[in-house]
Design a protein around this ligand. Structure first.
Ligand SMILES: Cc1cc2nc3c(=O)[nH]c(=O)nc-3n(C[C@H](O)[C@H](O)[C@H](O)COP(=O)(O)OP(=O)(O)OC[C@H]3O[C@@H](n4cnc5c(N)ncnc54)[C@H](O)[C@@H]3O)c2cc1C
Length: 467
């Protein structure tokens, strides 16, 4: 088979692959992207970010969830109609997202090659599918992403046991749902289904929801979840999932048995590295199959880079895209993007949302930093009162001596957006005084930053806070 030559061959058209490819093409490189799916865009476009966020937004709208407490009414659509409309809307957003990715590749003159990619010697990528091709890259970028982790002890062949991908095909709402996993995906789905009126129990072996966020914010989220009617079973893992007398049974480590009619297993992701020919190419992986790279995203094999979920945490679309761009800039010596932002924000689209950037209070304590915090609760925020979204908190973590901002934490409506206000100050190594001296529109959620900063100032003159 003849080898076709490209400057860059990318395997995988998710955020890392698409953006890495576009970066190289923008700077004049000849690029091919190999994608096994007919729909480019990866997890965000097809089974992750876009469909889940659309379902969330549609559920909030269709059920009147946000305004229920203020006006005392929901829209009360029959559940099957809500689900139908939600899924139709999600399909439309998926279609638009895939189209946008396809257009972006086309606009950059990138060749999208449909098929399964596998590494061969001399930076060749063998493509198998409808046609067989051999693409030789000056540089190869592996951006094959991840998939839901499926432990062999969980019976995924049971039609009522789902992972975060198969649950998107749900045809009717369950009455009782057990979500296994208190990470971002578990929290997003648990609160989405609770908003749709499903009786939800969330089980996690850990003690806290979203263990990477500030502990106080995790507690705030847990309280809000409990008020929404979500039963949280923390600190107890799942021993078995199976059927007893034909009915689903989830047995917890302490012997308690839950009887849902649906289980959503949302605990972890696994890298898509099987069958890629990594070992033969001399590329090392860690015990979880994730590709080992250096700070420039170089693998152990000359000219072969890897970026995105396939190299492990933080496993965010935003960071994966940046990794792809940085990898490619380094590979071709393009002096444009040398590092990935070391302080990326996190957004969790649960109901309500969570946003964070920078240090948690626990991290400040662990680092021995003499710190203080400032808080502003949405319950006191005029915009939140008007909107009926008073469940929320903005928390700032800062140094006591010079008031330098260290961390920004938000739980509440549009927290994933609000966190960027703090991010801008954090990136400029600013102090909390920036919020105090900035004039914010009134009424806005953003004002909460100002009052969190004032709260912090007041604490400086009082006794030290304890985390
Ligand atoms: C339910 C859910 C919600 C999420 N929400 C968010 C969010 O709100 N914000 C956020 O930032 N992140 C979110 N994420 C994480 C985000 O989706 C991932 O971090 C991101 O998709 C990683 O991008 P990637 O390019 O590395 O891989 P992927 O998006 O997984 O793309 C990899 C691509 O490679 C292709 N591929 C794999 N193997 C081969 C092969 N051998 N040959 C050819 N093609 C191949 C796959 O088909 C896929 O298209 C969410 C994830 C999930 C599961």
């Amino acid at each position: 088979m003849t080898q076709e030559r490209f400057d860059l061959v990318v395997i995988g058209a998710g955020p890392a692959g698409e953006k890495g490819a576009a970066q190289a093409a923008y700077f004049g490189k000849r690029v091919a992207v190999v994608e096994r799916s007919h729909a480019p865009g990866g997890t965000p476009a097809t089974t992750g970010g876009m469909p889940t966020k659309t379902m969330r937004e549609a559920a909030l709208y269709l059920t009147g969830f946000r305004r229920r407490e203020v006006y005392g009414v929901g829209l009360d659509l029959p559940p099957e109609i809500s689900l139908d409309r939600i899924r139709a809307r999600a399909r439309e957003i998926v279609r638009l997202t895939v189209e946008t990715v396809r257009e972006n590749l086309e606009r950059h003159g990138i060749e999208l090659v449909h098929g399964l990619g596998r590494l061969e010697p001399s930076r060749c990528v063998a493509v198998s599918g409808e046609t067989e091709r051999s693409l030789r890259g000056g540089v190869v970028l592996i951006a094959t992403g991840s998939r839901p982790f499926r432990p062999s002890t969980v019976p995924f062949d049971d039609p009522d046991v789902d992972d975060s991908e198969s649950v998107l095909a749900l045809e009717r709402l369950p009455e009782r749902l057990v979500v296994v996993g208190g990470g971002p995906v578990g929290c997003e789905y648990a609160s989405l289904f609770a908003a749709l009126g499903v009786d939800v129990t969330l089980v996690d072996a850990g003690e806290r929801l979203l263990p990477f966020i500030d502990a106080e914010m995790s507690d705030v989220l847990a309280e809000i979840f409990a008020r929404m009617g979500i039963r949280l079973v923390m600190g107890r893992g799942v021993a078995t999932i199976g059927r007893v007398d034909g009915a689903l049974a989830v047995t917890l480590a302490n012997g308690e048995v839950l009887r849902p009619d649906k289980v959503l297993f949302a605990a972890g992701r696994a890298g898509n590295t099987e069958g890629l020919g990594l070992a033969e190419a001399g590329i090392e992986v860690d015990p979880r199959g994730r590709i080992l790279v250096d700070e420039r995203y170089r693998t152990a094999a000359e000219g072969i880079y890897a970026a995105g979920d396939v190299i492990g945490p933080p496993a965010l679309a935003s960071v994966s895209a940046e990794q792809g761009r940085v990898a490619v800039c380094h590979a071709f010596g393009i002096p444009f993007k040398e590092t990935v932002d070391p302080l990326p924000p996190f957004g969790v689209y649960s109901i309500p949302e969570v946003g964070m950037v920078g240090m948690t209070e626990e991290a400040a304590v662990a680092a021995g930093i003499d710190h203080e915090v400032g808080r502003s609760w949405f319950a006191q925020n005029p915009r939140a009162r008007i909107a009926g979204t008073t469940d929320g908190l903005v928390k700032l973590v800062f140094r006591r001596d010079d008031r330098t901002l260290l961390g920004v934490h938000v739980v509440g409506d549009i927290a994933s957006e609000l966190v960027h206000i703090g991010q801008a100050v954090l990136h400029g190594s600013g102090t909390i005084d920036r919020f105090i001296h900035t004039t914010f529109n009134v009424p806005t959620y953003a004002e909460a930053f100002k009052y969190a900063a004032y709260d912090g100032l007041q604490r400086l003159s009082g006794p030290r806070s304890s985390p």
